[in-house]
Design a protein around this ligand. Structure first.
Ligand SMILES: NC(=O)c1ccc[n+]([C@@H]2O[C@H](COP(=O)([O-])OP(=O)(O)OC[C@H]3O[C@@H](n4cnc5c(N)ncnc54)[C@H](OP(=O)(O)O)[C@@H]3O)[C@@H](O)[C@H]2O)c1
Length: 263
């Protein structure tokens, strides 16, 4: 996308799904892209596929649940750039388990990756963002950062926390601007990678996920609307209607949400 021409961007969770689709979209313009995730083989093959004379890509191994890994990732990043124009906080994991059955270690892990690790990484990156002219942050939340949803208690909590943090930053002086993105169902591996109540991978492509918006469409909309510095970006159809129902008619929302298939 032309808006990002010449910019230096960091994308977390770049090894698959929405993150990978955003990297592919960004690579259509000359720019420098840092791609972070745990799957270094996937990052390397994305770099090999997309790098050109005009698009510089650096693969940065990082685990959002491991502070030491984030320090190492930041050391690597700061050896290669002295500024960041855009930080895309996208890496995350979802959940498929009833709150009453879910082990605390699962709640802890989801909060660690989606909220605490993401904020830890943002804090590392802040000096580089503050060196850029009009830096921007894209925080990938979820529609369940707006309302609760069955089988998603810890996931919804982590996204509510993320939204609260970045909504506050949006109000603060001299901070990077922030777009908070709330997608509904996007067709990615998110349900396959989601954690069950015992911490094992759900391992299934849920029907709702398979029938969602494509990662490419979602990435295009996120980057286009973030270029306009939109505060809030919503992606989906029925999920967005539910958002308004949850705000203005909570009893109706509860009745509907209890009867939607959570898969
Ligand atoms: N798909 C949807 O319907 C949907 C809806 C709302 C919000 N979202 C949000 O969109 C974001 C991207 O998800 P996706 O749908 O693209 O799912 P995905 O295909 O499963 O991708 C998740 C990404 O996060 C990375 N990640 C997971 N755990 C990590 C960790 N501990 N440290 C570093 N990176 C980690 C993964 O990389 P590695 O495994 O290589 O580390 C992967 O690149 C997430 O924040 C998700 O909550 C998705």
């Amino acid at each position: 996308m032309a808006h990002y021409s010449g910019k230096t961007v960091f994308v977390t969770g770049a090894s698959s799904g929405i993150g990978e689709a955003m990297v592919r979209n960004l690579a259509s313009s000359p720019c420098t892209i840092f791609i972070g995730a745990r799957s270094t083989d996937k990052l390397e093959s994305l770099k090999n596929e997309l790098e050109t004379n005009h698009v510089k890509i650096h693969a940065i191994p990082m685990d959002l649940s491991d502070s030491k890994s984030l320090v190492n990732a930041f050391n690597e990043l700061s050896r290669r750039t002295d500024r960041l124009d855009l930080l895309i906080n996208n890496g995350g994991i979802s959940q498929r388990g009833l709150a009453k059955d879910t082990e605390f270690s699962v709640v802890n892990r989801i909060m660690q990756v989606n909220f605490l690790g993401t904020i830890e990484w943002t804090t590392h990156c802040m000096p580089l963002l503050l060196k850029a002219n009009k830096a921007h942050i894209i925080a990938i939340s979820s529609v369940v950062g707006e309302y609760g949803f069955p089988l998603r208690s810890a996931y919804a909590a982590s996204k509510h926390a993320l939204k609260g943090y970045f909504q506050s930053m949006q109000l603060e002086p001299d901070s990077p601007s922030v777009s908070i993105v709330s997608p509904g169902r996007i067709t990615t591996n998110i349900s396959i990678n989601a954690l069950n109540s015992d911490g094992k991978k759900h391992g299934e492509m849920d029907a709702g996920q398979a029938g969602g918006v494509s990662a490419e469409k979602a990435a295009e909309k996120i980057l286009r609307r973030a270029a306009q510095r939109k505060n809030n970006i919503f992606i989906g159809s029925g999920e967005i209607v539910l958002l308004y129902i949850s705000r203005y008619l909570p009893p109706l929302y509860r009745r509907i949400a209890k009867n939607i298939s959570p898969n």
